[in-house]
Design a protein around this ligand. Structure first.
Ligand SMILES: [Zn+2]
Length: 194
């Protein structure tokens, strides 16, 4: 019966068109979700956690050579505290840059560290940048940063009020705090022969 042929074909075409439309909508939704900042952050966090902790790190204060940094790690502090970081002295306002890629976990003004930034980097290590004069404009928890991203400027906030401006830089890994200096020195260029 040829009379039935045409409506069936039209119905099939309409069905295919609907299927195609739904696939397009689904595709658009998946693309949107994939590119959504929350998804990107989740992917980045996962990637960071799986990456090994870097063996070498750049100096987080612009213009400072690793070889000129005094090893202040473990120096005694008041009562039973010891210094769990490095003090990197530089003029007030010198840019402080992230040593690794990572996610900013805190931007706050609190306690001994004063104005501080925390970055969760590769290998489940948290990087602590303290005594900042100012934070980088607009920097906020949840931001994704690269090595070299400016986090703030050198200052003497917190318990550094009575000392010359410096960055207190600390690294806290799964095994506790570690001295950043060996890794900063590992990136320093070898001394030129006499
Ligand atoms: Zn310090």
């Amino acid at each position: 019966m040829p009379a039935h042929g045409r409506p069936t074909l039209a119905r099939r075409l309409a069905g295919s068109a609907w299927t195609l439309l739904w696939l397009c909508v689904l595709g658009a939704c998946l693309l949107w979700a994939w590119q959504h900042p929350a998804t990107q952050r989740a992917r980045f966090t996962w990637e960071l956690a799986r990456s090994p902790a870097p063996e070498t790190l750049p100096v987080p204060v612009q213009g400072v050579e690793a070889g000129r940094i005094a090893d202040t790690w473990g120096a005694p502090r008041d009562s039973d505290r010891s210094h769990e970081g490095l003090d990197i002295f530089a003029p007030r306002g010198t840019p402080v840059t992230s040593t690794t890629r990572g996610i900013v976990t805190a931007v706050r003004d609190r306690g001994l560290g004063g104005r501080q930034v925390w970055v969760r980097g590769p290998g489940n290590e948290s990087h602590y940048y303290a005594h900042l004069d100012h934070w980088a404009p607009g920097l906020a928890a949840g931001d994704m940063v690269e090595a070299g991203t400016v986090l703030g400027t050198v200052g003497n906030t917190g318990n550094a009020r009575t000392t010359p401006p410096h960055l207190h830089y600390g690294i806290y890994g799964p095994g506790g705090a570690s001295n950043p200096l060996p890794r900063l020195l590992a990136t320093a260029p070898p001394p030129s022969p006499p």
